[in-house]
Design a protein around this ligand. Structure first.
Ligand SMILES: O=C(O)CCC(=O)C(=O)O
Length: 325
């Protein structure tokens, strides 16, 4: 278990070796219950179909060209917006075939600022109520970021991923730095299970060690003509500065989906999983009748890196959120 002081040396070593780290009980059951309650409130009360563009969350085919990129998505960096499951729609009529609260794939991307309940996860010990309510005992995130070497950790996006029963979409193998690129790459995902994640409801899988052997070859960028996004070759650095890589053992681009290399990441509700921005990871479809709600946010280095103006996500007027005020 990590502590108020951040990760233990053993945890840092495991993260450096594998590119991910599971920390059980990072959220106490009372915080998990509060976050789930708020998720259901958002789906039932705040989400309305009236005026909604019915934007689906699409992660694209093999070439990633079908990635979501409409204005509703591109403008969600400082909003709380709702993206729908592709399979929530009837293939023949194109109409929504599920109740609205069962049709949402994800909610994003400014929960960590705009939603007072989810903001408590990143506020951690610095929040005035922290010692006395259901968030008492939440593992502070800023010291964890420090342990991982961040000098000025900035939270740049947050999402609830619902992985709805029966229709929860698969997430193909990917690296988070493809989508949240800094020069040099620095992204780390903080992923919290709010319900048990198992092989039947679409838990994560990881390719251990791939953060050292999988270059960030591709990036999701805004198109020059402002008509959305596309996946392009990455002209910038493909690894963080602190990763020394020999070139003989690089994973070939057509080998990233080699299923035999992935290990399952089944975790209990309340667990935190840290995910290196170069690590190949994925999740399968949820065909079960159990949902798999998670909360995730991503952190980048704010000191000595360049944030690309062509990334799909652009900073809000106030800049990306500092974990250290
Ligand atoms: O929760 C999932 O199924 C996928 C999440 C993921 O891959 C990510 O946040 O990078």
């Amino acid at each position: 278990m990590a502590s108020q002081e951040g990760l233990t040396p053993g945890q840092v070593a495991a993260f450096e070796q594998d590119g991910y780290l599971v920390i059980p009980d990072a959220l106490p059951p009372s915080a998990v219950a509060a976050l789930l309650r708020e998720t259901h409130r958002l789906l039932e009360e705040d989400f309305t179909l009236e005026g909604h563009p019915l934007t689906k969350f699409q992660t694209g085919g093999d070439d990633g060209q079908e990635h979501v990129g409409d204005d509703y998505f591109l403008g969600s960096g400082d909003q709380v917006r709702f993206f729908l499951e592709e399979d929530a729609f009837d293939a023949t009529t194109g109409q929504l075939a599920k109740p609205k609260e069962r049709a949402v794939n994800k909610i994003g991307h400014y929960l960590h600022v705009l939603n007072p309940v989810f903001a408590r996860v990143t506020a951690g010990a610095s929040s005035p109520q922290a010692k006395e309510d259901e968030f008492a005992g939440v593992l502070p995130v800023a010291p964890i970021a420090r342990s991982l070497g961040f000098r000025d950790p900035r939270c740049l996006q947050s999402m609830i991923i619902c992985k709805q029963p029966e229709i929860g979409g698969a997430v193909p193998p990917h690296q988070d730095s493809t989508f949240l690129y800094t020069d040099p790459p620095s992204a780390v995902g903080f992923w919290y299970a709010l319900e048990d994640a198992t092989v039947t409801n679409g838990c994560l899988s990881f390719w251990p060690g791939s953060h050292k052997t999988a270059p960030v070859r591709k990036r999701l960028m805004r198109r020059d003509d402002r008509t959305g996004t596309h996946i392009v070759d990455n002209p910038g650095p493909q690894f963080p500065d602190n990763i020394k890589t020999g070139h003989a053992d690089l994973i070939p681009s057509d080998g990233e989906d080699d299923a035999s290399k992935y290990v399952l990441g089944e975790v209990k509700a309340g667990s935190l999983v840290l995910i290196h921005g170069n690590l190949l990871h994925k999740s399968e479809k949820n065909l079960s009748n159990k949902g798999r709600i998670i909360y995730t946010f991503h952190v980048i280095e704010g000191q000595g890196t360049l944030y690309d103006k062509k990334n799909w996500l652009q900073p809000p007027a106030e800049g990306f959120t500092k974990l250290y005020a």
